[in-house]
Design a binder for this molecule. Structure first.
Ligand code: FDA
Length: 392
């Protein structure tokens, strides 16, 4: 067997996803000799499957409040340094047609491939070398970083870890980033699946799972967070944007609260008329705000003990605060992102460099910064990648 060749660069970037490629472009533009290593056979695989294949590449209304982290202030510096307008300018430079779908979410008109092509073109222009099919076996540090991959042995004074989180293992997610952080003595906030569907407990499963496919406009709440968007009933539990959003705030065993009729008074007509109060008229009122089968099922499960105004008011309150205790989530297999990651206390908010290990950087999803649904996770990847790329 031939000894692997040694290759010397100014910076080695692990991971050719959104964050790693943005970092490579910026460092390359600054004349750094950059190599990006990725185990996959092609770059940007997660970008390609994002946004239903159209990549929700940013959100016009990005603010630090759209991100979860043990330190909510950490993301501010990078987000201010590289804004949605900066990425939009790049998209427009490449003549990529895009549109706002809803709530500031920008999507490609054609395909997520346009974004990968943009990044690849910019990398080429910046002289970046990308090596795919390059599984990293070992990282060491002597006078500089040594990365042993199956393709070659790479050396550089700077190492950027952009290997993402644990979500969707079937397209190549690994724990490499966390392993490297631990190897160098950096603290990790326990990674957990986020933006992920819930599974029903046994009782709710028996009651509601045959309603698969029905949706409702709800406000989902947990631990002080609230999201008003669609909820979808699946054969295993609950999904849809409001549920994915609130899942990032939920911890095992906790209750989520669902307002099934935001800003509406479902039982007001019945409360106003003492005559004709019965199960059938109650269902009729709920059918005005919910899909018929969901309205009927929910009413059957929450029939008031009497038909007094007091009992109807109590039912009204329950409809605005339906308590669900999920059995769990669908896990990393279905999670859009990973919450937790490299503790932000370990990193410079300006450069993403480790405070303990000079020359070691962490960017993107591997860091304990998790965006809401709606283009925020890519904006974090661009912004953190840009910040490191400017500093290396
Ligand atoms: P990312 O995961 O993109 O890249 C990491 C790279 O490291 C991968 O290419 C991987 O192969 C490589 N790697 C991992 N381990 C390695 C190893 N051991 N050796 C070598 N290479 C290794 N966000 C958003 O803002 N808008 C959206 O529309 C969507 N949609 C969406 C859909 C789906 C289905 C998912 C799963 C996720 C989204 N997201 C999203 C989230 C978004 O895709 C995610 O936050 C970013 O891609 C994270 O970018 P990173 O570059 O940090 O990691």
């Amino acid at each position: 067997m031939n000894a692997p060749s040694q290759l010397h660069y100014d910076v080695i970037i692990l991971g050719a996803g959104a964050a790693g490629l943005m970092c490579a472009i910026e460092a390359g533009k600054r004349e750094r000799r950059v190599v990006v290593l990725d185990r996959a056979e092609k770059i940007g695989k997660k970008i390609l499957i994002s946004g239903g294949g159209r990549c929700n590449f940013t959100n016009l209304h990005t603010t630090p409040a759209n991100f979860l982290s043990e330190n909510p202030h950490f993301c501010k510096s990078a987000l201010a340094r590289y804004t949605p307008s900066d990425f939009i300018a790049l998209v427009e430079k490449h003549n990529i047609p895009y549109h706002e779908k809803t709530l500031g979410q920008l999507f490609c008109d054609r395909s997520a491939r346009d974004i990968v092509h943009l990044l690849e073109t910019e990398c080429t222009a910046a002289g970046v070398r990308i090596v795919t099919n390059s599984l990293v076996q070992e990282v060491r540090r002597a006078d500089e970083f040594i990365v042993i991959a199956d393709s070659a042995e790479y050396r550089a004074p700077a190492l950027v870890v952009a290997t993402g989180g644990l979500s969707i293992p079937k397209i190549g997610a690994t724990s490499l980033g966390y392993d490297i952080a631990r190897q160098f003595g950096l603290n990790i906030i326990e990674p957990s699946p986020a933006l992920v569907p819930f599974t029903f407990n046994d009782e709710d499963s028996a009651t509601y799972s045959d309603l698969t496919g029905l949706s409702a406009d709800v406000i989902a709440s947990c631990n002080g967070a609230h999201f008003r968007e669609k909820m979808l009933i699946t054969h295993r539990g609950l999904s849809g944007p409001s549920i994915l959003q609130i899942s990032s705030y939920w911890r095992s065993g906790e209750t989520i609260t669902l307002d099934l009729a935001p800003a509406q008074d479902v039982t007001s007509a019945l409360r106003a008329h003492p005559a004709g109060r019965n199960e059938s008229s109650l269902k009729s009122e709920f059918r005005k705000v919910l899909a018929q089968r969901l309205a009927d099922r929910w009413v059957e499960r929450h029939l008031p003990k009497s038909w007094t105004n007091h009992a109807l008011e109590d039912l009204e309150r329950q409809a605005h605060a339906w308590k669900i205790v999920p059995a769990g989530t669908e896990g990393f297999e279905k999670a859009e992102v990973t919450a937790g990651g490299v503790d932000t206390n370990e990193l410079s908010a300006k450069t993403m460099e480790s405070r303990k290990v000079a020359g070691l950087y962490f960017i993107g999803e591997v860091v304990d910064v998790t965006g809401h649904l709606g283009g925020f996770n890519f904006q974090w990847a661009w912004a953190s990648g840009y910040s490191a790329g400017q500093a290396i």
